[in-house]
Design a protein. Structure first.
Length: 478
């Protein structure tokens, strides 16, 4: 019997323990061994800070200040402004689910203290701006889930006159709006949304979700701000771990809110290191950021571009200072324009026919014949500014399209007219009497001896041989 194969004990010993068990981590800062590598990965991420909005409540910013006050969003607009990056990264690292299939629990740990960031916890921290019952979705959340975009309302409420939303390539649904297409007030709403509610480092335009939030915010519609923020934080927790609508290296948002939640729920003493002071957004900063940079091009939903937006009120025209045009003068003016267009069309036909005639050796009309055929309208109605009852205008108007050559109607073609005039008949008769080229050659062969010339003798010819040279003119009229 063959001996039993020896067992590789070294390999068995190597696989008994996972590699994560050998990771050295600080148990007072991280929930487990997998959170520390996650923390190191998050060190490569940018932290996208909120803005601290301190705008005056009068003048151009009165509407924005009014919205913030009425909705109870003061703590959203003015978060804690002293940020420690390590605390923010610990917050996101310890919030990650332990398994790919596990949901986000909306609980995390910072320096050994548990922190909650669910909807109710955020709502309590903000002073309970929303009073909706649990498990109840606000109108904004429902509209986002259903994708209900009121294009007309969004355009009228947020965009500058004459500017439109940007649609997808197939022109089937809108996707975003450029910041420069928004009104100044809407640009301020977009700036607030992309920094303090839906953090995005790309601020040159707004997605449909951001535009919908701005529309609900502006028109005092129902928004559960705590639910919106909690949903955004959940997306940031799993970026790089799962497939989300955010990029894997998306910036980490809400650092001011996170610092506020940590202090509210733990009352801990923060480390002395300060990595960031949030930017204060005052009146001067608003005037610098929220302004029009381009004013010429806008895109319509059907595709194509226009180099100038339409007027705000296209039915309003500048006053000319003259009385309104009476019906007779208006009729004469329109009739004159119609006759002018008809004459121009006949002139183009005549020019084309004349060019064609030159290809078939037919004559061109004389100037008198051309004017008779075109029948250019005589005179011009005198209409000063749009409404005149002067004798000059009336006399011109009564003879609009009148013309003097009444023997030629519109149905008379150019060829028919040329066939009936004597000039054309004489030309036709003259062409019929001209000899052909063959007849000229035959006549030349029978010409006098003067047409026969003797040239010098050439090799190969018999001596004294004469050759007749027949001169044929290239001009058929010669």
């Amino acid at each position: 019997m063959a001996p039993r194969k020896a067992v590789n004990k070294g390999k068995k010993k190597q696989t008994t323990g996972g590699s994560s068990s050998r990771v050295n981590f600080d148990a007072t800062r991280f929930l487990g061994p997998i959170q520390f590598p996650r923390f190191k990965d998050l060190e490569n991420r940018t932290i996208w800070g909120e803005n601290v909005y301190r705008l005056t409540s009068t003048g151009d910013y009165a509407r924005f200040a009014e919205i913030i006050e009425e909705r109870g969003w003061v703590d959203v607009a003015r978060p804690a402004d002293v940020i420690n990056f390590d605390l923010v990264r610990e917050f996101y690292a310890n919030a990650m689910p332990l398994d790919d299939e596990d949901p986000v629990t909306f609980k995390t740990m910072v320096r050994g203290r548990e922190i909650r960031f669910d909807r109710d916890a955020i709502n309590d921290f903000l002073g309970q701006p929303s009073q909706l019952p649990p498990d109840t979705y606000c109108a904004f959340t429902q509209s986002i889930a259903q994708g209900n975009w009121d294009i007309s309302a969004l355009t009228q409420s947020l965009l500058r006159p004459g500017h439109q939303l940007i649609w997808n390539t197939q022109k089937t649904y809108p996707v975003r709006a450029k910041k420069d297409d928004l009104t100044i007030h809407s640009q301020l709403l977009l700036h607030f949304t992309l920094h303090n509610v839906m953090p995005r480092s790309h601020t040159s335009d707004g997605t449909m979700k951001a535009l919908q939030f701005m529309y609900y915010m502006e028109n005092n519609l129902e928004i559960h701000i705590a639910r919106v923020i909690a949903s955004e934080m959940r997306e940031m927790v799993v970026t790089g771990l799962r497939t989300t609508r955010m990029k894997n290296n998306a910036a980490l948002g809400f650092p001011g809110l996170i610092m506020g939640l940590i202090y509210e729920q733990t009352r801990m003493t923060f480390p002395p290191e300060i990595n960031l002071n949030l930017k204060e957004f005052d009146d001067e900063e608003d005037r610098r950021v929220c302004k029009y940079r381009h004013t010429t091009i806008f895109i319509d939903p059907a595709g194509g571009q226009s180099f100038a937006p339409p007027p705000i009120n296209p039915n309003t025209f500048p006053s000319t200072g003259y009385p309104p045009m009476d019906s007779t003068t208006f009729h004469n003016m329109v009739t004159y324009n119609w006759d002018l267009h008809d004459a121009g069309f006949r002139a183009m036909q005549a020019v084309h026919q004349s060019i064609y005639n030159t290809q078939v050796l037919q004559p061109v009309m004389s100037p008198d014949q051309f004017r008779s055929y075109v029948q250019w309208p005589e005179g011009r109605p005198f209409i000063p500014g749009g409404g005149s009852s002067s004798s000059a205008g009336t006399e011109a108007g009564t003879n609009v399209g009148g013309g003097t050559d009444t023997d030629i109607d519109d149905d008379t073609t150019l060829r028919e007219m040329m066939n009936r005039n004597p000039f054309g008949n004489r030309a036709t008769k003259a062409r019929q009497q001209r000899p052909t080229l063959a007849e000229k050659v035959q006549k030349t062969e029978c010409c006098s001896p003067a047409a026969t010339k003797a040239r010098p003798w050439r090799p190969g010819e018999k001596s004294g041989q004469q050759v007749k040279l027949i001169h044929v003119s290239a001009n058929p009229h010669h």
